[in-house]
Design a protein. Structure first.
Length: 71
């Protein structure tokens, strides 16, 4: 009888541990997904700034070239 009680207790302990690990895994996945989303937004904003800078530089060079040709 004691053996059955010990096995049952161990099974419940293992089940509780698995449940806790599942909850921790879900929490970690949610945290990682949120971080990835934030990282993508930051990367997108940075890319927008880079594209704006490239366009500005292109326009400036074009204007300088046009002025140089008309002189």
């Amino acid at each position: 009888m004691a053996l059955i009680a010990a096995i049952t207790r161990k099974a419940f302990t293992n089940e509780a541990l698995l449940d806790r690990l599942d909850r921790e895994l879900i929490t970690e996945r949610d945290r990682t997904d949120k971080q990835r989303s934030e990282d993508r937004k930051v990367d997108g904003d940075r890319l927008d700034r880079i594209e704006t800078d490239i366009r500005s530089m292109r326009d400036m060079l074009f204007d300088a070239f046009q002025r140089g040709r008309s002189d």
